[in-house]
Design a binder for this molecule. Structure first.
Ligand SMILES: Cc1cc2nc3c(=O)[nH]c(=O)nc-3n(C[C@H](O)[C@H](O)[C@H](O)COP(=O)(O)O)c2cc1C
Length: 190
């Protein structure tokens, strides 16, 4: 699949065709995206794949009104969370750096920014992998944080980063694409 298919021609979807996603596809996507780089290999992303009608109904009640129909229309909504307790896992994930855990000692802001940065990166890898596997995506940050956290991560150290509807998109009533900054607008080569 070409770069143009993944970026230039792909869109963010609000509507999806009534076609289920094979759960095996979700596993394939994860098998590949998991190799994307994170700092000290910390891998803070956690995922709840909301697939059943019951799971998506419950989730739809935790998002902003404008996003409700989108969650219900999508065969899958991935709730993308970040584990704020990733630090002890570094002993296993980055064993050659003996002071990796100590590096975060007493630095809660660093822990949080690291979790946010790396889970966002992993979520982007996930979107690209999903598109490469033929799925369309509809990312969403319009949700009630406490409600989604309670629904998906109750009793854990995970906080929701954002949600992403996935399925086979429908372009009915889709708006024209908005402008993207050009290389000259936002880049400088030094
Ligand atoms: C992190 C993130 C959060 C978003 N939140 C919402 C949302 O809550 N509701 C919505 O309808 N679209 C949401 N979007 C979709 C964006 O508006 C869309 O990706 C952007 O306008 C580009 O559209 P295009 O991919 O069709 O060009 C979100 C996108 C991202 C990446």
């Amino acid at each position: 699949m070409s770069l143009a298919a993944i970026f230039d021609d792909a869109r963010s979807y609000a509507r999806f065709r009534d076609v289920p996603v094979d759960p095996a596809v979700l596993r394939v996507i994860h098998e590949h995206m998991k190799w994307g780089p994170t700092s000290m290999n910390c891998q803070p992303l956690r995922i709840r794949w909301m697939v059943s009608a019951q799971a998506r109904q419950a989730l739809s009640e935790c998002v902003y009104e404008g996003n409700r129909a989108k969650v219900l229309a999508a065969p899958v909504c991935a709730v993308l969370g970040m584990d704020l307790a990733f630090v002890p896992t570094l002993e296993k994930l980055f064993p050659h750096k003996k002071d990796a855990v100590a590096y975060y000692d007493g630095k809660p802001q660093l822990v949080e920014s690291t979790a946010l940065r790396n889970s966002s990166l992993q979520a982007a890898y996930l979107l690209v992998a999903a598109r490469m596997e033929g799925l369309d995506c509809g990312p969403m940050s319009g949700f009630h944080q406490a409600q989604v956290d309670r629904l998906c991560w109750d009793g854990t150290t995970v906080k929701t980063n954002f949600l992403c509807n996935m399925g086979y998109g429908d372009r009915l009533e889709m708006r024209e694409r908005n402008l993207r900054w050009s290389f000259e607008d936002v880049c400088e080569v030094r």
